[in-house]
Design a protein around this ligand. Sequence first.
Ligand code: AMP
Length: 278
Amino acid sequence: MHIFKHSAELLDFVRHQKAQGKTVGFVPTMGALHKGHISLLEKSYSENDITICSIYVNPIQFNNASDLDKYPRMPEKDMEMIKHCCDVVFLPNNEEMYPEKPSEEYDFGHLDKVLEGAFRPGHFYGVAAVVRRLFEMTEPHNTYFGLKDYQQLLIVKSIAKQCNFDINIVPCPIVREFDGLAMSSRNLRLSKEEREIAPLIWKSLNNAAKILLQEGIEASKDFILDTFANNPSFKIEYFEWYHPEKFIPSQQSDEQFVGLMVVWLGEVRLIDNIIIKK
Ligand code: AMP
């Protein structure tokens, strides 16, 4: 596995590979890797000649200083985990990523104003900056993103369009623990007791989906509010049904829905979603 810390060397390597007709897949991550990240890397590895994984905790996408401080970091362990499905690891530092202040000139329409955009001011500006830089540094044919961060995936598609990147963006399914909890680097920060009750998130999303189809949108939202009101260890930040493509609040007559949820469990912010079709 090649390890690069500088973008110029990485880009030289990538261009050399592409000149030889090789295809390049790219998986951006913030490290503390788990099977969710591995699934993206394995997909890239099976679909491309060269797979690049970046590991970089992007400070400017954190709107909460303590969340950034406490974000788990374990690059050595990460590299050991991905040896079988990765050819190149990119480990940039902040100076390498942001030699100058990134552009703020994006127009995401309503996409960066609702849900994650509303609750994490500045977050998508940070995501846009890092994704744009990484795409410029890796020039991949294909790039892989998890559906767990559903709204982020739409933002990434929009960045690619606005910046005219000729990159195929591949959405990948959410990988879950045996009990349904969506895998996340932040799960490492849950206490034993919190980890035991965390599967309520996925369970309640499934129940809300059934209620949506049988009784309607409002009943399913009430169900979620009641569920978490009865479990005071959780604090719900938002739960909404949206149209998966238009990303506006659902109408009961829609054919497809995405239920998007963020809850706090103790000091840990957990995100999950469920997609359903009638
Ligand atoms: P992160 O390291 O959290 O920035 O995530 C890097 C990429 O992995 C993003 O595209 C995430 O959506 C994706 N990802 C994170 N957790 C999961 C999961 N449980 N299943 C699938 N993809 C995931």
